[in-house]
Write a protein that binds this ligand. Sequence first.
Ligand code: FES
Ligand code: FE2
Length: 392
Amino acid sequence: MDVDVRLTEMTPDDVRQIDTGADFDRYARGWHCLGLADSFRGGRPHSVDAFGTRIVIFEDGAGAIRVLDAYCRHMGADLGMGSLRDGFLACPFHGWQWDGATGRCADVPYAKRRPKLARTRRWTTSEVNGQLLVWHDVENQAPDPAWLPPTIEGFDEGRWSTWAWRSELIEGSHCREIVDNNVDMAHFFYIHHAYPTYFANVIDGHTASQLMHSKSREDIFGDSKYYHPDSLLRSEATYFGPAYMINWLHNDIGSGGTVEVVLTNAHYPVTQNSFVLQWGVAVQKMPGLSDAQMSRMAEAFSAKFSEGFLEDVEVWRHKTRIDNPLLTEEDGPVYQQRRWYEQFYVDRAAVTPDMTDRYECEIDVTHARGEWDEEIRRNMVERQRLASIGVH
Ligand code: FES
Ligand SMILES: [Fe+2]
């Protein structure tokens, strides 16, 4: 049998090696959204697996939403299986009662005295835009007030629809994968079937933004009743910290109108290799449309974004982690953004200016557009050919 000696003699030097990196040694410092605040109200505690442990979320007697470690400090039961007693969270196993405001054990009903220092971990929370956020910090320090994500203008005044909210557990991937998306211009064409005509990133302090204009693709959406050749999506998206993004989407719909949509893209880690991705869509109310119609419109947008998120998920489920991606000029500042992302994984004292300094970058899409126009033209010819023989 002939063997091609050139192949067998090929040295590893000829081959680009993938560096799959090492696991992160902690979870990120920052605000993480756990879901819509209202979903945690009512008299029932909710356990959530997050940050490598389990936490419990409940509404206390004063109407505040509280978060504690779920595992009871007495014998380790899950407080999420417990119940509310006099505003305290009572453990299902032996009835110890925990105070959500302080983390202290408020009562051990069967004991003459409760352990004086009995206290569990209490998590700092905030409610923004109708969502429950929890602060995670291995150094256990209070959040810098400037890090709290902003209120969406008019949201608290009722000028937006309710959130159409969805979530998905992603297993086998670190949440850095979704953050990488922020600078990944080209995947919008290949994965999401969009057509970026403008793409820029601005990294600054604890924020990382993406500005994108994109057109609708006739070869993909040409048959849709929503397709319009002049429609343009102007998107401004900002990560406020490691895990919470607001995406303002101005949809110019071709007939002179603009539909204002806001998308929350948030996640929290479950383990170092899994996370829960959440996306919520709200639409700015428009004259002449009822609240129910607005909510339906938000649902329709959400269904569309769901397709997009799930396209990413499908890639993550099969890809490897890669710490040394091989990039072209059009790929965007993956390394710079990862450097920015590192600030959330080190102690405050170890944060360096290259992680937080302002950095701006615009991708030149001229070459890509020439290629994409040609690809779309070819796809259209193929579609017409198939249509002419009756295949749709
Ligand atoms: S384990 Fe919670 S009261 Fe015993
Ligand atoms: Fe994506």
